[in-house]
Write a protein that binds this ligand. Structure first.
Ligand SMILES: Nc1ncnc2c1ncn2[C@@H]1O[C@H](COP(=O)(O)OP(=O)(O)OP(=O)(O)O)[C@@H](O)[C@H]1O
Ligand SMILES: [Mg+2]
Length: 361
């Protein structure tokens, strides 16, 4: 059976450039951390390459499917993708493409695949697009009474709101904690204006401004569909590992600078060590969110408790990160391992879920 992987990958020159930048930033991060200079820290960071996959990840995915007997082709999600897919006509596509340009970029490949009538893994263009606009996603969750923090969106200083400080400010359309720094937690209108301005300038998009959820944080991997939908073991994010003086959030600094291979933070506990009642409640909330957003095959959701201890959905990733090396602390493969599935089995399970939906033998 022919399987194609659709993806976006860092080009070698960009990768080299980014490695050079990463090394430089690591040195700066250490200096800032050592000297405990939290002010202005975030202005020092460039996150241009954060969302892209490395070629190592694509090769690990390819190996997982080849070992299982598929004839695998690699199709980069660029402007030639349509023609390549039309020529190769795979029996199924494993889609991990972030897409190229625009707020609906993650919908591009699923839309092409629908036009070409090629079966593919994961959610359809509309659901992927909705999740990539965090406010649209929250509107749907709210309609179905699935808890998420109160919010408004703004791209300038003309806001008028009744939310309670502290507030949390983030770009409307990004992932991988892009734009989410220590300064994203704001306590007054001046700080809020500064963050909205920063996001507009750096990312050319509106800010999503939310009430701050100050409880425990979790990330939850889901696999399957309908009656077969499984919640994998819940991962708790140990925010007490965040260095002293920094806000307790899983920010860009924490994800990419403070938790490195050389200097690992003990940031995850899987399965989360919480009481059964809360565990079940998180599972139920995430399953409901998966179903009302009509997601397919897999997703990873971030969840945080509000001041009443109720799990709120922070955001939903219909294309979860899947770094192959356990050292890289990627949460979807981590939860799968805890459920007894290795990397290859986990990816093949996503394809099996899609095949079942399309009734492919
Ligand atoms: N309303 C909120 N209240 C408290 N903390 C929040 C809130 N929204 C986001 N955070 C913190 O910021 C982190 C990053 O936010 P979010 O998950 O929305 O960003 P992302 O870039 O889409 O993440 P990912 O890397 O999972 O794609 C969360 O993991 C959480 O620690
Ligand atoms: Mg997140």
């Amino acid at each position: 059976m022919k399987l194609a992987i659709t993806y976006n990958v860092k080009k070698e020159t960009e990768l080299e450039e980014s490695l050079e930048k990463v090394n430089k930033r690591n040195t700066e991060a250490k200096k800032y951390l050592d000297e405990n200079i939290i002010e202005k820290y975030s202005e020092r960071i460039d996150d241009t390459f954060a969302e892209w996959d490395s070629f190592d990840t694509i090769i690990a995915i390819k190996n997982a499917f080849e070992k299982n007997g598929y004839e695998v082709s690699l199709i980069e999600a660029d402007e030639f993708a349509f023609e390549n897919l039309r020529m190769i006509k795979p029996d199924i596509v494993f889609n991990v493409a972030e897409g190229k340009g625009g707020v609906s970029r993650e919908s591009q490949i699923p839309a092409i695949l629908e036009m070409l009538e090629i079966p593919y893994t994961g959610s359809d263009p509309i659901s992927i697009g909705i999740c990539h606009d965090k406010s649209r996603c929250k509107e749907i969750l709210s309609y179905y009474n699935i808890p998420n923090s109160k919010f408004f969106i703004s791209e300038n200083e003309n806001f008028n709101h009744s939310l309670e400080y502290p507030l949390f400010v983030k770009p409307l359309h990004e992932g991988s904690s892009k734009g989410i720094y220590n300064s994203s937690v704001v306590h007054n209108p001046d700080e809020l204006k500064k963050e909205i301005k920063r996001i507009k300038e750096c990312y050319d998009q509106p800010s999503l401004v939310e009430e701050f959820l100050d409880g425990k944080e979790f990330t939850v991997a889901l696999l399957g569909n309908g009656d077969d939908l499984k919640v994998l073991p819940i991962v708790e994010i140990n925010l007490n590992e965040v260095p002293t003086g920094f806000n307790k959030i899983y920010s860009y600094e924490v994800k990419w600078f403070f938790d490195t291979r050389e200097n690992k933070l003990d940031i995850f506990t899987c399965p989360a060590e919480i009481d059964k009642g809360l565990y079940n409640k998180i599972e139920e909330t995430c399953k409901n969110a998966f179903n009302v957003l009509r997601l397919k095959d897999w997703a990873r959701m971030d969840v945080r408790l509000d001041k009443n201890g109720t799990p709120n959905i922070i955001e939903i990733n219909p294309l979860p990160g899947i770094l192959p090396d356990p050292e890289d602390n990627s949460c979807f493969p981590k939860a799968a391992r805890e459920a007894g599935m290795n990397y290859d089995e986990c990816l093949n399970e996503v394809v099996n879920s899609a095949k079942k939906r399309y009734a492919i033998k």
